[in-house]
Design a protein around this ligand. Structure first.
Ligand code: ADP
Ligand code: ZN
Length: 722
């Protein structure tokens, strides 16, 4: 190659041509450094015919500077990057950056310097307050200077000073230190006949390789994990890599333990809060092929695996696989596309598959594998509906009499209960009894949520917090603030009031905010040190607590409000998942669902334990609305810090809407969160027949418009909630 066309990662110009100097060897996918004006850019060498740009004469080309010492991105990964950018109307560079994780990391060497407290250093008799604080907060930590500064809250300058006097010591981390090898035969469980048949199908697909998408549709507690672990084992035996995507980091601890039991080692982890050194080490091992099994959040999907042999998406129906900022992609769908480009099997595992996945399975596009029974003969729980209009709780309480009785019975028998409410904090709204003032976020259109444990008011959209006021800022009255409605903290208080002797544990991302705390929670629950768990969606999936026999859903209607197109499906999934926590051991489980709408199709299907009835009703509703999978939706979100500017831009887009028979455009209208992080948001919704070339239409439509830099226009293909 004497000329190279680059997909540029870190400059405004997306595509540039360069000359390959004598003695330098590059291929498609090579990651290279090149000059642009006075600065240096990083790019990926791409097939020129797939990346059209204006041709530049040879004599005007500048030389590439350097090929980075990382393996070239493979052709399947390059095709994945193109597909994702094209399908989600994103730029190639923004997708490619996800594959390279961090361009800075590519230029580093094989080692990295981290620091930790020196064990043998004698702290001087008098420490400055900052040094004392750093010593206290950094006990047991080892990280880069920048990360230590963040953890300790003191500046890098102070930390450097501590290195100078020997309080902190440098440690060289070897980024090529291999991960320990997994043993596919470490501890193989005896599978039930149904599990074995399911495992055999997936193992055979891994053995023959080739694209093979599976929907592993198994009820909660059927042992989906044990079953797909056999396919993982097969890939390991063949020297191929495996990627397992999990919807949430909170679930990872549990998964790691089970993986270690089965394979003797922990897998390689990939998520956004990895420290820099571990992140680079993992990236290098993934790219070299040394990392055998990688467990990660959705961003792991774009990593440059050298020998990928299998992808598993666990809890594949989960909303968190959809990314809502930057490149707005759905990892579940992109996983299937990656498997197609890599010619390998992909397993979507779920007890409550998305309707899209079910439809594809019915059409024969996905091979459906069904595990209809719980492992070891455990029965699915008995489901009771509590009609809150008939049996209301006491005033300012949220647990109705039937659920109170059920809780008492569990406590007497020494069994566990779980109460589910998907709302963090104590109360979703605080108002002043005297003047009616309501506490609202000043940069989002949302109420501030009271967190009584931390004595703060917080916005759940932008994260802003303030100390809980004691007086009303509007009228100055003291002792006049009223908490309206329940969050999990308030439900936990109510349980303590009803059952003063019960041991209550609050499980939310506020209380379980580290892997250690999640580990402690699982141990406490498994060893019977808790009587009542009160939790958010954090506890709805994945866990297996043998003594848990009662699940109470505090407000089944919460998710059904708002007219969101997927509200029914999401509510069904969430309640079916949390119900699935009950009765997984030898004792039968019971579920009490509190609702004001017992006749709603979702609730009725849950009550009857009739999943097919739910899918049938949902299918009809979607078909009538031309909603996915029968039609397609896209959203265009326009935002600006200036309300009028956002409105004008949205109107300009609306004014040039395409006039096509198979595409309907709704709006613009204020987006559901019309103010978010200080930006005013307007939205247009596009509903298209399946036959329409939706992305092409949107690109041409928006491509003809120009907006000031202060306006952001984002496209969301297959949006999740609207
Ligand atoms: P699911 O993910 O389908 O809800 P899990 O994979 O969590 O189900 O399995 C439920 C429980 O049953 C887990 O504790 C698991 O270890 C156990 N289990 C499943 N299959 C087997 C098996 N073949 N041998 C032993 N234990 C099993
Ligand atoms: Zn806010």
């Amino acid at each position: 190659m004497t000329r190279a066309r680059l997909l540029v990662l870190n400059a405004a110009l997306p595509v540039l041509d360069y000359r390959v100097p004598h003695g330098m060897s590059v291929e498609h996918g090579s990651v290279v450094v090149a000059p642009l004006g006075p600065r240096q850019i990083i790019g990926i060498v791409w097939e020129p015919e797939r990346l059209p740009t204006e041709e530049v004469g040879d004599n005007r080309l500048r030389n590439l500077l350097q090929v980075l010492p990382v393996p070239p991105l493979s052709a399947p990964l390059r095709r994945l990057i193109e597909w994702t950018a094209d399908y989600y109307c994103a730029s190639l560079a923004s997708v490619a950056r996800m594959a390279l994780s961090s361009t800075a990391a590519l230029q580093g060497g094989r080692t990295m310097t981290e620091y930790r407290l020196a064990s043998d250093a004698q702290p001087p008799a008098r420490l400055t307050p900052q040094r004392a604080a750093a010593i206290e907060r950094l006990a047991g930590e080892q990280a880069t200077m920048r990360e230590l500064a963040e953890m300790s809250g003191v500046t890098e300058g102070v930390l450097r000073g501590m290195v100078g006097v020997g309080l902190l010591q440098a440690v060289q981390v070897d980024l090529d230190r291999p991960y320990p090898a997994a043993d596919p035969d470490h501890d193989v469980p005896a599978l039930s006949a149904g599990q074995q048949a399911a495992a055999d199908e997936m193992v055979a697909a891994v053995a023959t390789s080739g694209f093979a998408p599976f929907l592993l549709d198994g009820v909660t507690g059927s042992g989906k994990t044990e079953t797909y672990f056999e396919a993982v084992a097969q890939a390991i035996r063949m020297g191929r890599q495996v990627l397992v995507l999990l919807p949430e980091i909170a679930l990872t601890q549990n998964f790691l333990h089970r993986f270690e039991d089965r394979f003797g080692v922990t897998p390689v982890l990939w998520h956004s809060s990895l420290k820099a050194a571990e992140r680079r080490r993992a990236w290098r091992a993934i790219a070299s092929g040394q990392a055998q099994v990688v467990v990660g959040a959705r961003s792991a999907l774009f990593l440059p695996f050298a020998r990928l042999g299998l992808i598993v998406v666990d809890e594949a129906h989960e909303v968190s696989f959809k990314q809502d900022e930057g490149v707005r992609y759905n990892a579940r769908d992109v996983a299937v596309i990656r498997a197609r480009f890599e010619s390998i099997p992909v397993v979507l595992a779920s007890a409550t598959p998305a309707l899209e996945s079910m439809t594809l399975a019915e059409a024969g596009v996905y091979k459906r594998i069904v595990l209809p029974d719980r492992f070891g003969g455990a029965q699915l729980p008995d489901i009771q509906i509590c009609d809150l209009t008939q049996q209301p709780p006491e005033r300012n309480h949220w647990i109705a009499p039937p659920l109170v009785e059920a809780l008492k019975a569990r406590l007497e028998r020494g069994e566990q209960s779980l109460l589910f409410l998907n709302r963090r904090g104590y109360a979703p709204l605080t108002l002043c009894r005297s003047c009616g003032h309501r506490f609202e976020c000043n940069t989002c259109s949302a109420w501030l949520v009271e967190h009584r444990l931390s004595r703060r008011l917080a916005c759940h959209h932008c994260g802003q917090e303030q100390p809980m006021p004691t007086a009303c800022p509007e009228c100055g009255e003291a002792d006049c603030l009223v908490a309206c409605g329940p969050g999990v903290e308030r439900i936990a208080d109510e349980v303590r009031e009803i059952l003063p002797e019960a041991r209550v544990l609050l499980a939310t991302s506020d209380t379980l905010n580290s892997p250690e705390k999640i580990g402690d929670f699982v141990t406490a629950a498994q060893e019977g040190m808790v009587d009542v768990i009160v939790g958010t969606q954090l506890v709805t999936k994945g866990y297996h607590f043998p003594e848990l026999t009662l699940v109470g859903v505090i407000d089944a209607d919460l998710g059904l409000e708002g007219g969101d197109l997927r509200a029914g499906e999401r509510t069904y999934q969430q309640i079916a998942q949390v119900a699935g926590r009950a009765g997984r051991g030898e004792k039968p489980g019971e579920v009490v669902i509190q609702t004001r709408h017992p006749k709603a199709p979702v609730i009725a299907a849950l009550a009857a334990g009739d999943r097919d009835a739910f899918y049938t009703a949902e299918t009809e509703g979607r078909r009538a609305a031309h909603a996915p999978p029968f039609g397609r939706w896209a959203a265009i979100i326009v935002s600006s810090e200036d309300e009028a500017e956002a409105r004008e831009a949205a109107r300009a887009i609306g004014g040039t809407r395409p006039n096509l028979p198979d595409v309907a455009v709704h709006g613009p209208a204020p987006a559901p969160l019309s103010l978010l992080r200080g930006r005013y948001r307007y939205r247009l919704l596009i509903n298209a027949r399946r036959s329409a070339e939706l992305q092409k239409i949107i690109r041409e439509w928006l491509g003809g418009l120009k907006f000031p830099a202060s306006v952001r226009v984002g496209v969301d293909i297959d949006p999740y909630s609207f």
